[in-house]
Design a protein around this ligand. Structure first.
Ligand code: PMP
Length: 358
């Protein structure tokens, strides 16, 4: 068959670069914001025991009722206000499948998590990009003006923001929500890194407001391999997401794994506290080097070598078997690198390699 006979994907897909997060075989991997330590042994034992009770020849509970009920208790909301999916990425995809799509817009404030605009493209939702200030803070008045001008169906606010690490002041989300609400639209607060920061918007979720908050098991719960995330939102939002998720999208294993993890909240909080302490130690280490860094409320730090040579520094770190995320070719992030907070030994290795390189 000649090439000319092949059907091309629709334009918005064919022209996409796809999402790339390169992995290399290195000793110190600090590039994808995972937890550096596994979940508690007790959890792993319980999951192994629970596997024996799964009816593998039957479809799983389609509504993931036990998992959602456990999440609802954990977040102090009603089970009907919880939606769960294969990572918070799938949560976001379901949100745009239901509330975005052709003829509708989504708004995000760049630089932010690349998947917000990527998923908008996949779901044929027109993406509108708002700009942050040069220091990556968000001007509330400008953000509100964008909402009024473009009337997006879905407005994304990522806090702590990836890749900057910066936290939005809580009143900014509430001010935006007021304007989003009047459109009407939905405000999605992406809290993938929410537990690394004392304030959460989950407490503001209420039936009377179009506020949805997404969270994940991938970071603070040390369960990136399980691919599980969830949304806390008014019941009318959750009901629509239930329609667009494929039947039985959450397998029996991950429903059990996610439910059992929630009993280990104290362990999770202890891991978070250790990572926050390590983040502050990393920040102090970066302070003594010729780099600019941005204040982080997450488990990573964005920094830019004063030389501006992000690519060169990234490569010389790789040569020393340390992998960080190279953001230097991303729009608005020229020369920037992002380092995930690792174990104390990994952070030491990173700081030593960076000191040598610079
Ligand atoms: N939101 C943000 C801001 C993220 O950084 C990530 C992961 N990098 C996600 C959502 C998606 O996480 P997951 O699909 O693993 O839940």
């Amino acid at each position: 068959m000649s090439n000319s006979a092949r059907l091309a994907a629709r334009d918005s897909v064919a022209l996409m670069a796809g999402y790339h997060s390169p992995q290399l075989d290195v000793a110190v991997r600090l590039n994808t914001n995972e937890s550096p330590t596994p979940p508690p042994e007790g959890w792993a034992d319980e999951v192994r025991a629970a596997l024996a009770d799964i009816d593998w020849h039957r479809y799983p509970d389609r509504g993931a009722h036990e998992l959602r009920a456990a999440l609802a208790r954990h977040e102090r909301v009603a089970p009907e206000q919880v939606f769960a999916a294969n990572g918070s990425n799938e949560v976001l995809q379901c949100l745009l499948l239901a509330f975005g799509g052709p003829g509708r817009k989504a708004l995000a404030f760049e630089p932010t998590y690349a998947l917000h605009s990527h998923i908008a493209g996949l779901t044929a939702t027109e993406m509108v990009s708002g700009e942050r200030n040069g220091d990556f803070t968000l001007d509330a008045d400008q953000a509100i003006a964008m909402v009024g001008r473009h009337r997006p169906a879905v407005t994304f606010l990522c806090s702590p923001n990836n890749p900057t690490g910066m936290v939005e002041p809580p009143d900014l989300a509430m001010r935006l929500l007021e304007h989003v609400s009047a459109l009407p639209g939905i405000l999605l607060v992406d809290e993938a890194y929410g537990q690394f920061n004392p304030h959460s918007a989950v407490g503001e979720v209420d039936e009377s407001r179009p506020l949805a908050v997404s969270r994940t098991y991938s970071k603070t719960w040390s369960m990136a391999a399980a691919r599980l995330g969830y949304l806390v939102a008014p019941t009318w939002v959750v009901a629509e997401l239930d329609k667009v998720a494929l039947p039985y999208h959450l397998d029996a294993f991950k429903q059990v794994a996610g439910r059992l993890a929630l009993a280990y909240e104290d362990d999770m909080k202890a891991r978070v506290a250790e990572l926050v302490a390590e983040r502050e130690r990393l920040a102090a280490g970066l302070d003594s080097l010729p780099v600019r860094q941005w204040p982080s409320g997450a488990n990573f730090i964005l920094f830019r070598p004063d030389s501006g040579d992000g690519d060169g520094v990234w490569q010389r770190l790789v040569d020393r078997s340390v992998l960080v995320r190279n953001c230097s070719s991303w729009p608005r992030l020229a020369g920037c690198l992002r380092v995930t907070v690792g174990t104390p030994a990994e952070n030491d290795a990173f700081l030593a390699a960076l000191r040598e390189v610079l």
